[in-house]
Design a protein around this ligand. Structure first.
Ligand SMILES: [Zn+2]
Length: 143
């Protein structure tokens, strides 16, 4: 009964052992790439306006009942996308030997974001759209 009382009066202090809230932000960037060893037109230099959706999971809410401020998540994602925006992806150090496919771009963004999150939040997944009809999602969660 005591525990129930605590839950009813101070919900923000309840510590959950699982990540209950998912927060998603969307940003975009433009870049050129050419897919090495691809048998088709994508081997030639071309560009995309990539759309990126990043989702994080949060365990607890802060005093304002937020898992993390959207402004903060967006800033992290924007800082990462700044490294990719208006570049020829193949020439970036990360993609020197890795084909700059949407799959690898999603994995790159996931890793960069993961290293910048607080303990309360973890990286859930990153989706990269290379056009309106094609999207890749990268996650390290077991399904
Ligand atoms: Zn392409």
């Amino acid at each position: 009964m005591t525990e129930l009382f605590v839950l009813q009066t101070k919900p923000s202090l309840v510590i959950l052992n699982y990540y209950m809230f998912e927060l998603t932000v969307v940003e975009s960037f433009s870049a050129a790439h050419s897919l090495r060893n691809y048998q088709g037109p994508c081997e030639k230099l071309h560009g995309h306006n990539f759309k990126v959706e990043a989702t994080i999971s949060c365990k607890n809410l802060n005093k304002l009942s937020m898992g993390m401020d959207f402004k903060e998540i967006k800033q992290i994602l924007k800082d990462i996308l700044k490294k990719l925006d208006h570049t020829f992806l193949n020439e970036l150090p990360y993609f020197k030997h890795i084909n700059p496919t949407s799959e690898e771009i999603a994995r790159f963004i996931h890793a960069e974001m993961k290293s910048r999150l607080s303990n309360n939040c973890k990286m859930k997944c990153v989706s990269v759209w290379e056009n309106d009809k094609s999207k890749v999602t990268y996650t390290e969660d077991e399904r």
